[in-house]
Write a protein that binds this ligand. Structure first.
Ligand code: 2DT
Ligand code: MG
Length: 227
């Protein structure tokens, strides 16, 4: 007889330019997977709010970390933080969640993650005086995503969706440098997905790809990012 060993969870990241629909799609993926009785949790970086299988408390923002709070104050312009220091805080926010993420993955729960170290590098490296190599250092060794889906939207289409507000980084010239940096970070784990379609169409597309990753994960060891 055959003994079926249960597989670990897959670590799946959505990246992409602003207004490409990452957050919406992550939440829809988690809901759809859970409805299909596939264990999945939503993570978001920066982890302004952490929630575990509870979409409502996410919106209420009930669970925060101290580092997440600092980043939140920075993005909302309530607080200035030196550029190198805030880069390290974004990274520290990922490291502080690493043990929890690994426990979930080992327990067979799939993680659907809205932004990761790629955003960390792409955004800081868009600032004056930073290079990609320096920016990558603090995130080296984090859990390696099994798949990164990069939601691609051309800048004119993104601009039409945009309600660029007062949050830090929400300017078009900055965003175009960010998007060039993303291009330099693509590796074999990436798939570029056309995000210029309806929410439902994009969801169907992503759900199929995500299920494919989950079905093929087996007990492949979790890698270490950028090693
Ligand atoms: P959203 O809440 O819309 O995702 O905006 N950022 C994010 C960084 O500068 N470094 C990071 O490591 C991460 C994860 C991207 C969050 C903003 O924070 C930026 C936009
Ligand atoms: Mg978002």
């Amino acid at each position: 007889s055959t003994v079926l060993s249960s597989s670990r969870g897959a670590l799946i990241v959505l990246e992409g330019c602003d207004h490409s629909g990452k957050t919406t799609q992550c939440k829809k993926l988690v809901s759809a997977l859970n409805e299909a009785s596939i264990k999945a949790e939503f993570y978001r970086f920066p982890g302004k709010y952490i929630y575990i299988n509870d979409l409502d408390s996410y919106h209420r923002g009930t669970r925060t970390t101290a580092i997440g709070e600092m980043i939140s104050g920075y993005l909302g312009r309530q607080q200035d933080i030196e550029d190198h220091a805030v880069h390290l805080l974004f990274s520290a926010n990922r490291w502080e969640l690493k043990p929890k993420m690994l426990r979930s993955l080992e327990d067979g729960t799939n993680l659907i993650v809205d932004r990761y170290a790629y955003s960390g590098v792409a955004f800081t490296a868009a600032k004056e005086g930073f290079d990609i190599d320096w920016c990558k250092q603090p995130d080296i060794g984090l859990p390696q995503p099994d798949a990164v889906f990069y939601l691609h939207l051309n800048p004119e289409v993104a601009a039409k969706r945009a309600t660029f507000g007062g949050e830090r980084y929400e300017q078009t010239d900055f965003q175009s440098r960010v998007s060039k940096n993303f291009d330099n970070l693509q590796d074999s784990h990436w798939t570029i997905v056309d995000a210029d379609k309806t929410v439902e169409e994009l969801h169907e597309d992503l759900l199929e790809r995500v299920k494919d990753v989950i079905n093929n994960i087996g007990n492949k060891p979790i890698g270490k990012l950028w090693t």
